[in-house]
Design a protein around this ligand. Structure first.
Ligand code: TPP
Length: 381
């Protein structure tokens, strides 16, 4: 028997519309109304400025560990812009800009990174899942959501985010496999920022692209310039429309770069070169969109200042909130608390009672807040 080549052969497209020199491929330029472009740019600026503020807040011990998005604003905004509010967004832990767009408030994000339960609660009308810290575990949930939507006949699309490192996890492959088998209305956005903490992409996969992994599961994958807002949007709109037409899932690999630290607990100078960072800084998505809007006469003056004011007001509201009840940590682990958990809760309650504030005339040193922990009222006075 001869060896024969199976058809169809597979190919992966790469899409770039607005390059880092500001050159536009007008034939591919997606139609975005002027107001949409202004809002998108503002959202990218908000993402960038909040990012910088969050890092400073963490350094001052006012919130806990934070994962910055600097450099990934186009990958996030280009993709969620293709969604309707009734669609679902399933984030990992680095989607601050996209989450704000979807209706999360700045206070809620601050609460999340201060370790507060309220930061993981979307508003009742919001079709979003909260931040997921365990890598890739959100993806089977996203496919479950999409399967449920399909089963109920709801006309919604589920957009799930993950990083390049997440594609090495079993959950990623299980999710994609069932997404393909069930033909669910899902769009997987892989933000390939080149590093999974200190592990470079080449140690995560031997595939030439991450986009091609979709092909193994029977649906399309495309690689886009993830620092190009227009390319990410064009590919996302295509994927979302395909899903809405009942034509199944899509994977979009956004080639981007994490310009800052992995999290505020990380020191990237130990594993990557300055030259690499500088090269990607030249591909920063923000100036690119800025130049594009300038040419279209759509750039508004003073956006940065207005965004900073919005952030400052939110930080003030966040810091004025009552301190968390430390016992709340036990409330949502299991529906019924086991005896062991009950004992731990009782022990903590007892310690807190023993630590309770005393009368002002009693002499006692104040406990020091843990690193990354916000001062509670107990410490404040
Ligand atoms: C299941 C699991 N394993 C390990 C970790 C520790 N961890 C946190 S982020 C991360 C790297 C994730 O890299 P990637 O998916 O590329 O996303 P990025 O952080 O680059 O956005 C790891 C290993 C975790 N949170 N969950």
């Amino acid at each position: 028997m001869p060896r024969t080549l199976l058809e169809p052969r597979f190919q992966i497209e790469y899409l770039s519309i607005l390059d880092s020199e500001g050159n536009l491929d007008a034939a591919l330029e997606p139609e975005i109304p002027a107001d949409g472009l202004r809002r998108l740019y503002r959202a990218m600026v908000l993402g960038r400025r909040l990012d910088e503020r969050m890092v400073r807040l963490q350094r001052q011990g006012r919130i806990g560990t934070f994962a910055p998005i600097k450099g990934q604003e186009a990958a996030q905004m280009g993709s969620v812009f293709a969604l309707r509010p009734s669609d679902w967004m399933v984030p990992s832990f680095r989607e601050t800009a996209a989450m704000l767009w979807r209706g999360w408030t700045i206070e809620k994000l601050l609460l999340f990174f201060a370790g507060r339960l309220e930061g993981a609660q979307p508003a009742p009308e919001q079709h979003d899942l909260p931040i997921t810290i365990p890598v890739a575990t959100q993806l089977p949930h996203a496919v479950g959501l999409a399967y449920a939507a399909q089963y109920r006949g709801d006309e919604v699309v589920v957009m799930a985010f993950c990083g390049d490192g997440a594609t090495s996890e079993g959950d990623f492959h299980e999710a994609l496999n069932f997404a393909g088998v069930w033909h669910v209305p899902a769009v997987f956005v892989v933000q390939n920022n080149q590093w999974a903490i200190s592990v470079p992409l080449k140690k995560q996969t031997h595939s030439a692209t991450l986009a091609q992994k979709a092909l193994a599961y029977g649906f399309p994958g495309i690689q886009v310039d993830g620092n190009d807002l227009l390319a990410v949007y064009a590919a996302s709109r295509e994927g979302v429309e395909r899903a809405r037409r009942g034509e199944g899932p899509t994977l979009i690999e956004c080639m981007t770069y994490r310009l800052g630290v992995h999290t505020t607990a990380d020191d990237p100078t130990r594993y990557r070169s300055d030259e690499e960072v500088r090269a990607w800084e030249r591909k920063d998505p923000l100036p690119r969109v800025r130049a594009y809007l300038e040419k279209k006469n759509l750039l508004e003056e003073g956006i940065e200042e207005r965004v900073d004011e919005e952030i400052a007001a939110a930080v003030e509201r966040f810091e004025a909130m009552a301190a968390a009840d430390p016992l709340a940590i036990f409330d949502h682990v299991h529906a019924d608390r086991s005896a062991a958990l009950e004992a731990q809760r009782a022990e903590l309650a007892e310690r807190l009672r023993a630590d309770a504030p005393r009368r002002p005339d009693e002499e006692r040193p104040l406990p020091t807040p843990m690193r990354g922990q916000r001062k509670t009222s107990r410490w404040a006075n």
